[in-house]
Design a protein around this ligand. Structure first.
Ligand code: CA
Length: 231
């Protein structure tokens, strides 16, 4: 799941980004409103959630929110702000923010609010996806393999989890390496498509250990897809 974090305070941005990455989100961090708007308009980036600070250089968080809603974009937005007057909270929600968190806050609360946004969003309500014997649980952020009556945990790294999540959310599609690179690696990260192939290999090895070696197919010179025979 990809999240756009817009926060201009370097220490806070660093701390939030770290916490989000521990929760296996893919995080793009913009430090001003204009950069955030460029991320939001990029056709290659699909965000599931956004965190906007209210006070930002160039374009304010509240304006980012208004611009999204004017374009009928329903991306769930959590606003961060030092403002705590009733009128400010009302203005934030009226601008189209889905929730509102006043600084300073505990990171645990931020993460809980994001999970709540995810549950409320019609596009993100799924708590679990299944493909054949593979179960991906969003609440626990873990993957299991169903073996008879038992569910066996497959211990994945963050990147392996994100990769499998992407495949499972696009079950009938052939996914190219470039697509995976754009969707699963942070914007501006200096990696090539051989990194994608290496990560797919690592993921396959973990799956093979649980007897699911043929889950991900390679389609020569096209990309990858989930093996339709596997279901
Ligand atoms: Ca700020």
């Amino acid at each position: 799941m990809r999240i756009l974090l817009v926060e201009d305070e370097p220490d806070l941005g660093t701390a939030i980004k770290w916490a989000l990455k521990q929760e296996r989100y893919i995080v793009d961090w913009a430090q001003d409103g204009r950069e955030a708007w460029e991320f939001l308009q990029s056709p290659d980036l699909q965000y599931s959630l956004a965190i906007f600070d209210w006070m930002l250089p160039n374009v304010m968080g509240i304006e980012l929110c208004q611009r999204l809603r004017l374009r009928q974009n329903r991306l769930p937005v959590l606003m961060l702000t030092a403002r705590d007057r009733l009128q400010d909270r009302i203005a934030g929600l009226d601008a189209g923010a889905d929730d509102y968190l006043v600084k300073p806050f505990e990171m645990e609360e931020l993460l809980a609010r994001l999970r709540a946004l995810q549950r409320r969003s019609p596009d993100l309500q799924t708590q679990q996806i299944q493909f054949g014997s593979i179960l991906l649980n969003y609440t626990e952020r873990q993957v299991y393999c169903q073996q008879g009556e038992r569910q066996v945990l497959i211990s994945l790294t963050h990147k392996e989890f994100q990769l499998l999540e992407y495949f499972m959310s696009h079950p009938r599609q052939t996914v190219t390496k470039d697509q995976l690179l754009a969707q699963l690696w942070e914007s501006g990260s200096d990696v090539g498509s051989n990194v994608v192939a290496a990560q797919v290999r690592l993921l396959r090895r973990k799956l093979a250990e649980q007897g699911c070696s043929d889950l991900i197919e390679t389609l020569p010179s096209m990309g990858y897809r989930l093996n339709p025979d596997y279901c």
